[in-house]
Design a protein around this ligand. Structure first.
Ligand SMILES: C[S@@+](CC[C@H](N)C(=O)[O-])C[C@H]1O[C@@H](n2cnc3c(N)ncnc32)[C@H](O)[C@@H]1O
Length: 367
């Protein structure tokens, strides 16, 4: 095996990887040489390995469409126990040298390197599983990915353009996703729901529906795993899960509706974002790169109420001109009357099925 020029070997999870000696270690990461590797995304790849171990994954052929060093596909093949044929593709020839070297380094029979623009690759090949991991927005590639998916395929996607989706750049979000974001304490949940809603609308153009399997926000990115559902009825059903959000900054009331109004954010996905049954099968954490962080997130996702939208403890207490109560004490009190959970979006946030009026009435008791 020939090591690519400028490569070093490191271990991520239980996989050895050739990566460029100079690489990103935090933030969204930037390409330092021609080949991209970001150490901070190891957690994101850990979750891919776990997801692939889950019962819903029976994929026979899979594509890591923007593979760079191949880190994600290589780790899934090496650590999940899948027997899938995994194509790792990148348009850059130097990246493909890394992919080939990593397949050889790990002696992966199911791995195959490919050099192509993913759009032309997916015009010629179809897959049971496609992973899309772009710099920034996935929007320009979504139609190609859906068209390169077999019936009921699974699509995984990262979006690192959190600023437009979470409302910092409103016009950019409207141009990319044809949806209006909302800047505010729960802006990241709005952004994730806008992204899922956008995918539902793009799939509907092909008479396909979407079923979100796992959706989350971490660090500087959104990540979604979804299953495509075939036929026009599935597409219609997905579209019925789209709605609009109005947020009154004076009263803090968040209202979700199927009706459009001028001030509303959206369209966005208002149905569940995660299928909790999948999380039960994501259990083999020991050999991952960040087992403790994976366990923490799995626990948050399992227990999180899947209702829009979360509240911030600080937000409500400043509204009431009081200091924030201890979060667990507040949640215990809410549970005497309704449901409550923490949220993975924020360590000081929570979700509940109580109305805002009911919720605010409990604050004096726990303050
Ligand atoms: C963010 S990196 C992928 C990181 C990788 N998935 C990982 O986990 O380390 C994006 C990669 O997409 C590649 N790329 C960009 N546009 C592409 C296209 N149209 N077709 C195929 N690859 C593309 C870039 O060369 C780059 O290597």
């Amino acid at each position: 095996m020939i090591a690519p020029p400028g490569a070093v070997v490191l271990k991520e999870g239980s996989t050895s990887l050739f990566v460029p000696a100079e690489h990103s270690t935090k933030g969204p990461g930037k390409r330092i040489g021609r080949v991209f590797y970001n150490q901070q995304m190891a957690f994101n790849r850990d979750i891919s390995v776990l997801f692939y171990q889950s019962a819903c994954m029976d994929s026979r052929n899979a594509l890591d469409a923007m593979a760079a060093t191949g880190a994600r596909g290589i780790r899934i093949l090496n650590e999940s126990g899948t027997k899938a044929q995994f194509v790792m593709n990148d348009k850059d020839s130097e990246a493909v040298r890394f992919i080939q070297a990593n397949i050889e380094l790990n002696e992966l029979e199911g791995g195959c390197a490919s050099q192509d623009d993913l759009r032309s690759h997916l015009a010629k090949h179809v897959y049971d599983y496609v992973d899309l991991d772009p710099f920034g927005t996935p929007a320009p590639f979504v139609q190609s990915v859906f068209q390169g998916c077999k019936r009921n395929a699974i699509v995984a996607m990262t979006a690192t353009d959190t600023a437009p989706l979470a409302g910092t750049h409103v016009r950019k979000c409207i141009r990319r996703y044809m949806a209006k974001p909302l800047r505010g304490v729960f802006g990241h949940e709005v952004g994730l729901r806008i992204l899922i809603g956008y995918l539902a609308r793009e799939a509907a153009q092909l008479d396909r529906g979407i079923e979100p399997l796992l959706s989350f926000y971490a660090d500087h990115y959104f990540r979604i795993y979804l299953r495509l559902k075939e036929n026009a009825a599935a597409a219609e059903h997905s579209l019925s899960n789209l709605g609009f959000l109005t947020f009154d900054r004076e009263t803090l009331v968040r209202e979700v509706s199927h009706e459009f109004c001028q001030e509303a954010a959206g369209p966005l996905w208002i149905a569940p974002m995660t299928d909790k049954s999948i999380l039960d099968n994501m259990t083999k954490l020991d050999s991952l790169e960040h087992p403790a962080r994976c366990a923490k997130y799995l626990n948050l996702w399992k227990n999180e109420l899947d209702v829009p939208f979360f509240y911030e403890n600080n937000e409500l207490s400043s509204f009431l001109h009081s200091s924030p109560p201890e979060l667990e004490r507040l949640l215990d009190r809410i549970r005497k009357q309704g449901k409550a959970s923490r949220t993975h979006f924020s360590p000081s946030g929570f979700k509940t099925d109580l109305s805002l009026k009911e919720l605010l009435s409990l604050y004096p008791e726990v303050g």
